[in-house]
Design a protein around this ligand. Structure first.
Ligand SMILES: Cc1cc2nc3c(=O)[nH]c(=O)nc-3n(C[C@H](O)[C@H](O)[C@H](O)COP(=O)(O)OP(=O)(O)OC[C@H]3O[C@@H](n4cnc5c(N)ncnc54)[C@H](O)[C@@H]3O)c2cc1C
Length: 395
């Protein structure tokens, strides 16, 4: 039983189905699509169609007679009875992989949940897109405040400025002293320069104390007016493991061992943003990224097969391959091994990383379809001056 068809869940299902010759895999997700979450900022900014980030699960997985796709909302996990409770009934399992992903982390900031939108899922990215269009139609623009100067906030701000130049006053509010604090200093400096070139204001070292309907209150005193506030401030785990009584860290991530098995619960595995996977350095966990979710999902799938065959599960050997981010249409930053890349080369690495992912999850067929659609499909629902660069798969 695999809960969640995101980066970790889909890869685990593919891994198991490749060699499973007896038994059944049930993959449960509320959506019939695998969503390419890393591209949500482009949907929000109007550079990508919503259908471009939706990969139909049936096409990705359903060739196997051993797979059942169940479109349902997971409500809870009853590990004593070995059952998952969904809005479509109870589903029994022998082995479970919990891969339900993350949820926005609001750090208890008052009003954030009520008044800010996020990019966590496609429906929320589409809400951002609609609000931007409505603002443009009603007022010709407005003030956008993005809370969070990590990869999501910086990519969104740059893309917005590029797709709709001169339309919005964009500000990023960042609690840490710099943007992209976890990245290389030189690359963070380049990104800061790009934001300045796009006339995006960055408030650094400024934690937010409250989000209101039309403003963002900084702890230091000033109140920034905002027509639309977008929360890109952090990730915590989906609450289901905690509510089920599984052992979790303070961010709600379920504690797993190096084999990705939930501590004290043999037969239940967890992977991706929902899991606290030991990094091997003290008490810290691996970061919540797509590339690690894929590796964790793959290893969890392999381990379920190993246990089925009577073998011991094997530890995950995680490899952080690097980082890449787009800063609008032509600029980007990338960090691959000892190389630090900026400008068009950095942007090209970002695009290659996406193609690499699409190839990994959907093979050449998906890449060919992507290329075909991007050449033949006329842009839909144009947003201001921007045109979709790449139309992806549709249902
Ligand atoms: C806007 C944004 C930008 C990002 N950019 C990058 C980036 O550039 N590079 C990078 O490496 N990482 C990036 N990340 C992080 C990356 O997307 C996550 O680490 C990755 O998606 C985690 O994969 P996952 O499989 O754990 O969860 P997800 O991919 O989120 O999948 C979880 C799945 O569970 C399903 N689900 C959740 N709850 C339920 C329920 N109750 N019932 C049924 N189904 C449910 C969802 O529909 C979803 O399909 C970004 C994240 C966001 C939000």
């Amino acid at each position: 039983m695999i809960l969640g068809a995101g980066y970790a869940g889909v890869r685990a299902a593919q891994e198991i189905l490749r060699t499973l010759d007896d038994g059944e895999v049930v993959l449960i997700d509320r959506s019939q699509y695998h969503e390419v979450v890393t591209e949500m900022y482009r949907v929000a900014a109007g550079a990508e169609e919503p259908s471009g980030v939706q990969l139909p699960l049936r096409r990705l997985l359903a060739q196997s007679p051993r797979l059942t796709l169940l479109q349902a909302e997971v409500q809870s996990l009853d590990y004593r009875a070995r059952e998952v409770l969904t809005d479509r009934g109870r589903v029994p399992y022998r082995f479970a992989l919990v891969a339900l992903g993350g949820a926005p982390e609001y750090y208890g900031v008052q009003g954030a949940r009520e008044h800010a939108l996020t990019l966590q899922y496609l429906d929320s990215a589409v809400r951002v897109r609609r609000r931007l269009r409505a603002l443009k139609a009603a007022k010709g623009g407005g003030r956008i405040v993005i809370v969070g100067g990590g990869l999501t906030g910086v990519q969104l701000a740059s893309e917005l400025a590029e797709q709709m130049p001169e339309t919005f006053d964009i500000a990023i509010v960042q609690a840490a002293p710099t943007i992209l604090p976890e990245e290389d200093k030189q690359l963070a400096g380049y990104a800061q320069g790009e934001l300045e070139r796009h006339r995006i204001t960055v408030h650094r070292g400024e934690p937010v104390s409250e989000v209101r309907a039309h403003s963002v209150q900084l702890k230091s005193g000033p109140e920034i007016p905002s027509d639309l506030t977008i929360w890109a401030g952090g990730v915590r785990a989906n609450p289901i493991p905690k509510e089920a009584g599984l052992p979790c860290d303070p961010r709600g991530r379920v504690l797993v061992d190096a084999q990705l098995e939930v501590q004290g619960h043999p037969g239940i595995f967890a992977a991706g943003d929902i899991a606290h996977v030991p990094s091997g350095h003290g008490e810290t966990a691996l970061p919540p990224t797509a590339q690690l979710a894929v590796q964790e999902g793959r290893q969890a799938g392999r381990n379920i097969l190993r246990v089925l065959q009577g073998e011991e599960p094997a530890p995950l050997h995680a490899r952080i391959l690097g980082m890449a981010a787009a800063l609008g249409d032509r600029h980007g930053i990338a960090h691959v091994g000892r190389f630090r890349l900026t400008g068009q080369v950095g942007h090209a690495v970002h695009e290659l990383a996406l193609l690499h992912y699409l190839y990994g999850v959907g093979g050449l067929g998906l890449l060919e379809r992507e290329a075909y659609l991007s050449w033949t499909r006329p842009p839909q629902e144009p947003v201001a001056q921007g045109t979709p660069r790449r139309a992806g798969t549709s249902a």
